[in-house]
Design a protein around this ligand. Structure first.
Ligand code: F6R
Length: 609
């Protein structure tokens, strides 16, 4: 989703802003722009549709200034076009970048038009810059103008604002969208996330809901939602500037797929003893809370939702704890009834997904007492707003298609199953088994990665297809859903997943020679059932692509392609088979020349509804 960078310094900030935008590219965008206050105290702006490199080509050393803001835009209101790109400027005096959505923009636009403001874009954002200008004309104080303007806005925002009236000043505000302040020496910055600023600082302040920050070269002053000056903790980031580099890999997605053995190891480190899971891994007071838990409600979106669906099988089968899973955008608008003593679990890579945050808030309003976030970003709103948290240690995930965040979420869910289950049916022995298996997972994941060349050999069968079906049973059904999502989002091939037993209730009608059918077939008690379903596909002339456990003994023939997977315990199979499906989606998308790390229309961090 939109990315913001801003800086106030003594040196020219344009290179810092452009590098920051490049580092935010992964969030997804369709246009970019930068505005600075130049040496004559005038606002200068350059915008372009397309990539940051297109913006850079336009800039080509023509613009310089010591105070500036920049933006990558992901279109919501108004098509991707130069006039809709940020920064937006009012009367050559105020420039603004915005992430989020202003819900009452039409109302404000009507009122401002009556006051004589001219609109040059179709965005919801432009009303903010006019509103700030209106108050600046009265107060001649940028901070005061922003603070007076904010109450008129309904919706979500992270903002960066500069004015030619105060060349050494940058004002920022957040409500509903993430924003960090980066602290330098004699220079300060803002950005949507720390990755943008790692080349210039590793010291950050994470703004809280309703905060307004006033930045000059000398100081950063933060005001909370009630207008009081507050001290927010300064966090030292452990990420180095090249932690988000692509290294030798052609795409971030491939790098992140290959990082999974390491990410899983890191997620287990300090969370497990020899035979058990440390309750403290979930946060202070987790043990006492877990003693009271009788049910689990999981809420998430997209790939994280798929992880939750797999978790449900485990909570119910292993820990014998009732578990429901729902997509956040549905949960937040239902009137859900949760059983007493329910643990409300949110899953999210970014921790900033608007629907998941709203679902968490909704859960609290209906009386949920105990909340746990499984999340990859320690400073995210989701972690801050949850009672307990287990941080996945996947490291920054840059590719829009989530990979290592998903498999580490599965690891985190198994830790939770072991911890809650120990208190009941699963007992110490069951916990010991889970912990023992988890220790083998990094090696199993390496083994799956070693099948990369075999997976690539299937690519020609998919590259020219319009559709694909994915089949699985049990925990492999959500794995199939995840495989289908990966394929559709990065290769634009329409892919659907079905529980294999559902085929004959409708989707079988679609099967023909042009519909590749992918099946995930680990060696479990459901294999025979799955095998029968695959015969149904074969009998209708369908072409099968089966990832099968060696012990299943599936044989390949002209229309049945098999990649044999080393024998894997059923509990670890969702991670192992997901890695194979990630590789399949990746290589198919590469063969189609798709934009792997920034698929069209998608954003990494979905901070709007
Ligand atoms: C798909 C993908 C998305 C995200 C979803 C939730 O590859 O990445 O479906 O899983 O937008 O995002 P988070 O996990 O950040 O809440």
């Amino acid at each position: 989703m939109c990315g913001i960078v801003g800086a106030v310094a003594q040196r020219d900030v344009v290179p810092i802003l452009v590098e920051g935008l490049r580092r935010l590219e992964y969030r997804g965008y369709d246009s970019a722009g930068v505005a600075v206050i130049d040496g004559d105290a005038h606002l200068a702006r350059t915008r372009s549709v397309g990539k940051v490199r297109d913006l850079e080509a336009r800039l080509d050393g023509h613009m310089a200034g010591a105070t500036g803001i920049a933006h990558t835009r992901w279109a919501t209101h108004g098509r991707p076009a130069t006039e809709n790109a940020h920064p937006h400027i009012c009367r050559k005096t105020v420039a603004l970048v915005h992430n989020g959505i202003i819900e009452n923009h039409e109302e404000l636009r009507r009122a401002q038009t009556k006051l004589g403001f001219e609109f040059t874009s179709d965005t919801d954002t432009e009303v903010i810059v006019h509103e700030i200008y209106r108050h600046l004309a009265d107060t001649h104080d940028l901070l005061e103008a922003v603070r007076r303007a904010l109450p008129a806005l309904r919706g979500a925002y992270a903002l960066g604002v500069i004015t030619s009236e105060a060349p050494g000043r940058l004002v920022a505000a957040r409500r509903g969208c993430p924003l960090v302040v980066g602290l330098g020496i004699g220079e300060h910055f803002i950005a949507s996330d720390v990755a943008a600023l790692l080349p210039v600082t590793q010291r950050f302040i994470f703004l809280e809901e309703g905060d307004v920050a006033d930045l000059t070269r000398e100081r950063v002053t933060i005001y909370d939602a009630s207008g009081q000056i507050v001290e927010r903790p300064v966090k030292q980031s452990e990420l180095s500037a090249d932690a988000v580099a692509r290294g030798e890999y052609r795409h971030y997605m491939l790098k992140e797929i290959y990082e999974q053995p390491r990410a899983i190891t890191d997620t287990l480190t300090n969370r497990i003893g020899l035979h058990h899971v440390y309750d403290e891994a979930f946060g202070t007071g987790a043990a006492a809370i877990f003693d009271t838990i009788e049910a689990v409600q999981i809420v998430a979106c997209g790939t994280s939702y798929h992880a939750g669906l797999i978790g449900r099988y485990w909570f119910e089968a292993l820990a014998e704890i009732p578990c429901s899973v729902e997509v956040a955008s549905e949960f937040r608008y239902r009137r859900p009834r949760l059983a007493p003593h329910t643990l409300f679990v949110t899953l999210s890579q970014s921790g900033e997904t608007a629907d998941t945050l709203a679902a968490l808030a909704h859960a609290k309003t209906i009386g949920v007492e105990h909340t746990l976030a499984i999340c990859n970003v320690p400073e995210s709103a989701l972690v801050r707003q949850s009672g307990l948290a287990l941080l996945t240690q996947a490291g920054p995930e840059i590719g829009v298609a989530s990979t290592k965040a998903f498999t580490t979420q599965l690891v985190a869910l198994l830790l939770l199953v072991a911890s809650l289950g120990r208190r009941g049916h699963l007992g110490g022995d069951g916990e010991r088994r889970i912990v023992g298996l988890l220790r083998t997972l990094p090696v199993l994941t390496e083994q799956a990665l070693s099948l990369d060349a075999a997976v690539q050999s299937w690519v020609p069968a998919f590259a020219n297809k319009q559709h694909a079906l994915f089949l699985g049973r049990g925990t492999q059904y959500p794995v199939a859903m995840e495989g289908a999502l990966k394929l559709k989002e990065i290769s634009y091939i329409h892919a659907e997943a079905y529980p294999a037993g559902e085929l004959k209730h409708g989707p079988l009608a679609l099967v023909d020679a042009d519909m590749p059918v992918v099946a995930v077939a680990p060696g479990n008690e459901l294999f025979e059932k799955l095998h029968s379903n695959l015969q149904e596909v074969r009998a209708r002339g369908g072409e099968l692509f089966v990832f099968a456990d060696a012990k299943n003994g599936i044989t390949a023939d002209e229309r049945t392609h098999v990649i044999t997977v080393p024998p894997t315990d059923d509990l670890m199979a969702p991670v192992v088979y997901t890695v194979l499906l990630q590789l399949l989606a990746y290589h198919v998308a590469v063969s189609k020349g798709a934009d792997i790390d920034q698929p069209r229309n998608l954003a990494k961090s979905v901070t709007v509804e």
